[in-house]
Design a protein around this ligand. Sequence first.
Ligand SMILES: Cc1ncc(C[n+]2csc(CCOP(=O)(O)OP(=O)(O)O)c2C)c(N)n1
Ligand SMILES: [Mg+2]
Length: 329
Amino acid sequence: MATNAYVPGAETLLDIYRRTALLKANDERIRKVITSGKIAMVYYSYRGQEVVPSALSACLRDDDQLCTIYRGIHDMLAKGFPLKELWAELAGRTTGSCKGKGGPMHLTFPPKGIMVTTGIVGSSAPIANGLGWAAQLDKSDRVAVATFGDGASNIGAIHESMNLAAVWKLPVIFVCQNNLYAEHTAYKKMTGGETIAARAAGYGMPGIRVNGNDAVEMYAAAAEAVARARAGEGPTLIEAMTFRFHGHNFGDPGEYIPKEEMAAAIANDPVPALRAKLIADGIATEIQLASIEAAIEAEIDEAVEFAVSSPWPVADDLRFDVFAEEIAR
Ligand SMILES: Cc1ncc(C[n+]2csc(CCOP(=O)(O)OP(=O)(O)O)c2C)c(N)n1
Ligand SMILES: [Mg+2]
């Protein structure tokens, strides 16, 4: 499926790396902040899956719309969620993107097309269909992306959505981030058929399995799917193979993952691998990348400080942002 038209150039690869570095640093900081007791929150680490949304987002515009899941802060940050509003929302403060009412599992930032985070497994796809349908009705060439996991790909709503999207040629990209585990259950134990991608054939849409940890492969698949959707040619299913380096949620030691499997995944950490490729290919120097990473750390420092020094909501705030027509304060 990948053709030369979709091979990322040097600038694009550097852009993808910048996003992966931000995602990695942000995950590390969230885990550190929770451990220190500075902010309490539920957290689903995406560490190990950074390249998937970074390469995908390099193909998207701000008006393209994203529906993601509880393990989706990487998807949102890659698409441009501003760090201060993100951290303030994680901390439940009024300066957060949802005024502290959404928290880590219900993040949104519509100005960047980040429409919804859902904790209901499988529900990102029907919502993306609705957004895709709206784009079609608006005669806009914007696209909608639904990201979900390997476990979610066995949920009925995902299949109903893929069928309808294919029938109506909706501009939707279904991105299954196959990290080989759904909560505590291994992919092989819960999945009929070899690949998720093969299921696309049953709905008459292209389906492709890629190494989601490889920026070039992931970018090529995403760019082609986005181009098809923009051209009115309908949806694509991308199964991006990846791995999560931590348990299902913060506090889960992930003991059901065989030690050798985890060690092998960590040895192939996609972020340092992309970093090394950029240096080896002469796209960036060590000094340049180190300076990008230092700037990211400083930006995160500022965002955390902004979050913890922002005010908490008050009880009366519960009455607001509930109805479309606001009642007077
Ligand atoms: C409809 C529904 N069923 C079950 C759950 C409980 N649940 C939460 S996460 C999860 C596993 C999903 O795994 P996967 O789709 O692979 O995503 P990952 O967590 O690996 O990113 C389950 C079963 C839920 N939240 N919603
Ligand atoms: Mg999974």
